[in-house]
Design a protein around this ligand. Sequence first.
Ligand SMILES: [Zn+2]
Length: 498
Amino acid sequence: MKLENKQNDWSRQKLPGSATAQRKKLSHSSTLTAAQKVMQLQQSVGNRSVLKLMAGQMQRSRARTSSAAPIQCAKPGDAPPTIESQLEKRLNQMSKEAGIGEPLIVQYMTGLIDNEMVMSTLIDPQQNYPIDVIVKNAIKEQLKEDNSDYDCNTFKAMVANMALPDAARLNLIDQLVPEIDSIIDPFWHRAQRAIYTDPNFNSNPELLNMVQQTTPGGDQLNKAATDYLTNNPRPALMELPAEQRAEMIVALKEMPIVKSMLDGTLSQGGDAQGVHLLNGFDQLPGASITFELINRVQQALSRLASMVDRDKLPPTGRVPNIQVNPDEVVDLPQTFMEKLRGIRRQQITPFRANANRDDNRVRLSALDDIATIVHEFGHQIEFFLPVEEWLDIQELLRMRHQGNQLISIYPHNPKLQDEAAFNAQMPATGLYSAKVYDDGSTEVMSRTLEFFAEPETALRMIERDPLQAAIILRMIKPNEFRQTVPDPLRALLPRGDV
Ligand SMILES: [Zn+2]
């Protein structure tokens, strides 16, 4: 059920002590100028190594300030991530999927820098060059290496080996970061602009349009996100008033697709139904693909194919591969009598299913039921929603959120207590469906489709939370929704009757 948050985990590795803390402790060392410190560094580790060191820091700085800032998982007690930051991360994900992610921007930027940045070719350690010259050399050096994986291990190892007090190193780094940013940011923004607004590069019309609507200068994804939200204000969403709530339940039950959900006939429609949702079936060592699992996958895909209009399913080329993972099997202790009789008992902890956007993969346990398989494909459907529909889901969660803090989904489970959710009442699908991912992915589509997959839970979904059910039904079956649900009710959804 978990949506995997793949992230660059270097961001969690810190140099010993925070830079600020170190600075407070040993502020006397800041009497050296930045250039003097660079000279110190050059003498201690050699010239080219200093370039690499600074280049490594540049990458760190680049990653932090660009739209590809690594995902910091929101924790219980944190304020909810802003909608701007979540939209920016979603746009960044869209750019990756359009093949115009960070590596291409770096490549384009390298060209700009090569053409425009004049610098000395080698730094003479005996000569006190201004810091910007040194930094520019470092930048160019790094870009030549084409090392865009943001792996700072070389950098960290070098810092660890330098014969300098910690404070001097950290101070130096602190001073270099803004230098690096001020030099490289304008190149970065121009490269973003050039690539995101060029249809020859950018095959995603939504992203293309959003960046074209914003002005050059500054981080283009950040600005596109902010501008979009400013220029597309929404009427406030509210819970359905009692009368309309009752009417909505009746109206939804009139939808043909809801009727099939409730009478258990979703998967009728022949063997071929849902076959377009199958893109390979991989078995990891220790896992077994059973006949029962294949049956359940087939059921799940055919129910999905009924529920979701074809153009709302993952686009061609993005249909996920299914990976079957081994479950954890543990032998339980035997009693004397069990030993005597040769009885062995095992405890099986099923693999926790997840969906991964970057790998285009749904990972399952062979024990997963139909609803869970539908759930994981639900994530894939949410990944590819148009921005305005993804915002409908965000709006529901944010309208229901109380207070200023995220809360723990599993406060009593030490292993899972850091999983955070909006503090929101989700009358049908529960707190888990209010889970927060920093990139704006949610559990709303997945949980709702999971409930729709079986008659009993589908009924609960419609009757306990007709608003959430209606929001999702409008996304997955838009024509049927418009034809069946009367317009005064449709007007109560996010963005009104659209
Ligand atoms: Zn999930």
